[in-house]
Design a protein around this ligand. Sequence first.
Ligand SMILES: Cc1ncc(COP(=O)(O)O)c(C=O)c1O
Length: 453
Amino acid sequence: MSREELTKFILPEDKIPKFWYNVQADMPNPLEPGLNPKTHEPLAPSDLEPIFARELIMQEVSTERYIEIPEPVRQLYKQYRPSPLFRARNLEKAIGTDCHIYYKYEGVSPVGSHKLNSSLPQVFFNKQQGIKRITTETGAGQWGTALSLACKHFGIEAMIYMVKVSFTQKPYRRSIMELYGGTCVASPSTLTESGRKELEKNPDTPGTLAIAISEAVEDALKRDDTNYSLGSVLNHVCLHQSVIGQEARMQMEMADDYPDIIIGCCGGGSNFAGIAFPFIPDKLAGKNIRLIGVEPAACPTMTKGVFAYDYGDSSGYTPIMKMYTLGHGFTPSGIHAGGLRYHGESPLVSQLYHDGLLEAVAVKQNPTFEAAVLFARTESIVPAPESAHAIRVAIDEALKAKQEGVKKTILFNLSGHGQLDLYSYDRYLSGDTEDVEFSDKELQESLKDLPRI
Ligand SMILES: Cc1ncc(COP(=O)(O)O)c(C=O)c1O
């Protein structure tokens, strides 16, 4: 069969990358330093040691272009990597485009999303250091599931604080976390001071990722045998996700094609970083390639936020990072893409966006679900509501190209499947999904609490 007729591009196991790609080696402007939350002084690695494994702290600040993937992690990657790249032939037909649309499908991982790419190495490095227990937050539940499974593989206890609105909407996510041996509680919880404070302020709060992070960090700070793990935002998470884009590069070569546009949805930014960063060297070398991050209109961090120093959590336990932010106290409305309800954006994505190497677009819930349903009915995969944001913009870009009479090659990351998001699909299909946007007045209010640096 000729390449033009192929629908899926499958790499053999020995093509799983042996190194992660570190964009910090190639950035035109380096990151501003993270700051200690108490002193506001630049962070020393020792400031992070109470909650992070040493090896992960080294990765956080490394400017080496390639960092070796440990063999035990590669062995576990083999259960689901390399992930397939598909040409979306039926979707192309349905929208009548001459564009080539490809998607990298991360939903084939046993937990259903890209999150396992980072939970495996994070738990591995903690295990190496003798850590016995790891705490974390989870939004939609995908990260909590990935951490729970990785902890089971390496024999570590997992404690997961899950944002309350998702805990209620997605009960089976909790079931999977528990099946893998983790413990999962709704956040805010009564187990931590941060949780109790939030509940006092507003007993009916839907919770936010920022609150769940405060709870998980507070828990980890209290115990010597416990570290904290973050599923997105940080440099080392973006680093681990680079396996996605590295494989996609090889698969695009197999297809004898090259993307003009690369798209990923953005919560904390890690899956977008994963697909886009390995193409940055080409862009810097002059390739005409657009890299677009897609966020929800209800939580438009890059498109409406400010590039400023802010906390990663609601209570101010985390380092202060220079990033696009809506303010750490911002409570996004309870949209169905729970994994995108985060006030900040990864410092790496933020800096590269600020420098004009990345673009950002915000989309509303209803058109996003409309794209998700069309995708399910043509490509057969039920996408996660988060990933559907990338689908929406892939379709929009193809339709724009049609109007302009040009042909583009579009690649997007399908970061996860949505088989545990059926509550959200039911609501959409019964016409019960609101298009909530974020007003300028609300933004000014939440930005008042940015730390003064
Ligand atoms: C399927 C899926 N995609 C994307 C995201 C957003 O995270 P990130 O921006 O770090 O990729 C999440 C987060 O929970 C998710 O579950």
